[in-house]
Design a protein around this ligand. Structure first.
Ligand code: NAD
Ligand code: TYD
Length: 338
């Protein structure tokens, strides 16, 4: 099989390429990525020489280069997106362009080229926000209710993917996943920002009061779920992918990290909250378990320690990422603190 992976130089996409080449060594991969601030070819250094792997620099909004890259592929796994909520609050336009228009360009090409499977990677954030302290969970039939420009643009993409199935019969699948953690995650998101700040002797900027709840899944568990959906999922279906852990507040997760790294709670700095901050996400992922036999394998404590260890061992990776444009963004976001 030949797969077109969009956004393969980002966090989950690069983990997925490593995963796929290790588990399906006979397959061919075309990694199509624009290399925005979040795309980093260093993530793929060890597969560069693999004869079954090809990198193509391109923008998913550019129909010509998308068609050329997709030609001859059997399946598309679509990761490419603008992904950081805080950036979507300060600059929503690029989110609409990449996440909605870019997805439409890919769908059109997939329709014309009669691609046999289009898998769209999405997020739980499209369902909005659940109140704290309730047992409610979302299911694949819950109506969409996005609240940030990021979530709204991913929701738009999800709707287009489903529409291409209903209208044109394109064989699509969609996965909506909880927050991921693991190697190669850009250090603007909470977990890698916290770990790298702590390794640099800085504090962790926690949006006050830190009681918001996220569910965290180790990235390889996500890759395994996409593999199963791609090969065994039913066309037109959506599958939720989430962890088996109990839910923890951001404060609890940061405290776990501090304990793991042997540091005190004085390393937490409460900062002004994000506007419209979603309170809680919770997915009921019983469908993928019942239909495809998927279950997460890595619990949160192990995921945090594997992730912290990876950042400790790969200081030169994140030091380079944290320089340059990222510094500018960082200063603007936190106004110099902490
Ligand atoms: P990321 O920000 O680390 O990487 C995104 C990648 O897409 C980068 O390599 C970037 O260069 C590329 N890209 C951006 N715009 C592009 C364009 N116009 N054309 C081509 N490439 C472009 O993202 P991630 O965290 O790896 O997320 C991947 C996917 O998974 C996204 O669709 C995201 O919505 C979804 N998702 C992420 C999480 C999470 O916790 N990170 C959870 C659930 C779902
Ligand atoms: P993030 O990693 O940005 O993922 P998302 O907003 O997509 O869930 O944030 C995870 C949680 O951590 C979220 O509730 C916001 C919070 N957070 C902080 O407290 N401080 C930070 O500096 C960041 C980036 C996030």
């Amino acid at each position: 099989m030949k797969l077109l992976i969009t956004g393969g130089a980002g966090f989950i996409g690069s983990n997925f390429i490593h995963y796929w080449l290790a588990h399906h060594p006979q397959d061919h991969i075309v990694n199509f990525d624009k290399l925005t601030y979040a795309g980093n070819l260093e993530n793929l250094k060890d597969v560069e020489g693999n004869a079954n792997y090809l990198f193509v620099k391109g923008d998913i909004c550019d129909a010509g280069s998308v068609a050329r890259a997709m030609e001859g592929c059997d399946a598309v796994v679509h990761f490419a997106a603008e992904t950081h909520v805080d950036r979507s609050i300060s600059d929503p336009e690029v989110f609409v362009r990449t996440n909605i228009l870019g997805t439409n360009v890919l769908l059109e090409a997939a329709k014309k080229l009669k691609i046999s499977r289009f898998h769209h990677v999405s997020t739980d954030e499209v369902f909005g926000s659940l109140p704290l302290g309730t047992p409610d969970r979302w299911t694949e039939n819950t109506p969409y209710a996005p609240r940030s420009p990021y979530a709204a643009s991913k929701a738009g993409a999800d709707h287009l993917v489903r529409a291409y199935h209903a209208t044109y019969g394109l064989p699509v699948t969609v996965s909506n996943c909880a927050n991921n953690l693991g190697p190669y995650m850009f250090p603007e998101k909470l977990i890698p920002l916290a770990i790298t700040n702590l390794l640099e002797g800085k504090k962790v900027p926690l949006y006050a009061p830190g009681n918001q709840v996220r569910e965290w899944l180790y990235v390889t568990d996500h890759c395994r779920a996409i593999d199963l959906i791609l090969l065994k999922g039913r066309p037109g279906e959506t599958y939720f992918v989430g962890p088996g852990n109990p839910a923890f507040s951001n404060l609890e997760v940061v405290k776990k990290l501090l304990k793991l790294m042997g540091l005190g709670e004085d390393r937490i700095e409460f900062v002004a909250d994000r506007p419209g901050h979603d309170q809680r996400y919770a997915l009921d992922w019983s469908k993928i378990k019942a239909e495809l036999g998927w279950e997460p394998k890595v619990g949160l404590d192990l995921a945090l320690s594997k992730t912290a260890e990876w950042y400790k061992q790969n200081e030169s990776w994140w030091k380079r990422v944290k320089s340059g444009e990222y510094q500018e963004y960082y200063k603007k976001q936190y106004q110099g603190q902490p």
